[in-house]
Design a protein around this ligand. Sequence first.
Ligand code: HEM
Length: 154
Amino acid sequence: MIIGKLGAAGRGCHGERSGMDAAILKTFDESLVRCQAQAGFLDRFYEIFLASSPMVRAKFSNTDFVHQKRALRMSLHAMALAAEDEVAGPAKYLESFAERHSGRSLNIGAEYYDLWLDSLLQTVRETDPECSAEVLQSWERVMMVGIGYLLSRY
Ligand code: HEM
């Protein structure tokens, strides 16, 4: 469950940049480049995510997926920027996403983020030709920083 995974990322102290290990971010960045080089990466993500639950399909019943895929592409980079500085980064890069996904707008609760993360990891497993346990862990670690922030602002 999402809640159990919150706070898994490491923290610095005494004024260090409080982000996760540079090695984890590098593993994530390189995998993201490989995934985005494969045609259909984001199509496959939405195919898996929409198939994960009728609840998810209902949320996207009026969605323009050309725009949505463009927005997701951008937000994966924003999630990495947020993880680079876990203290200041999430508010700096994810504030507007948090408001949009909160109970005041799209109303996306924790149960949806479980499905979102599982769908994303499944897509990476299928898409990244160099996928490994380490690669999947880097995606999970990076995404959990942003997900934790979005949920904290729900
Ligand atoms: C941390 C994970 C997530 C990220 C980074 C993310 C990112 C985004 C972004 C960038 C947008 C576009 C905002 C805009 O156009 O102004 C968006 C819209 C949306 N997201 Fe998410 N999202 C996440 C999780 C979820 C989850 C778990 C759901 C659950 C169903 C969800 C449902 C939606 C919906 C329904 C929209 C609006 C679609 C429309 O305009 O019709 N998102 N999301």
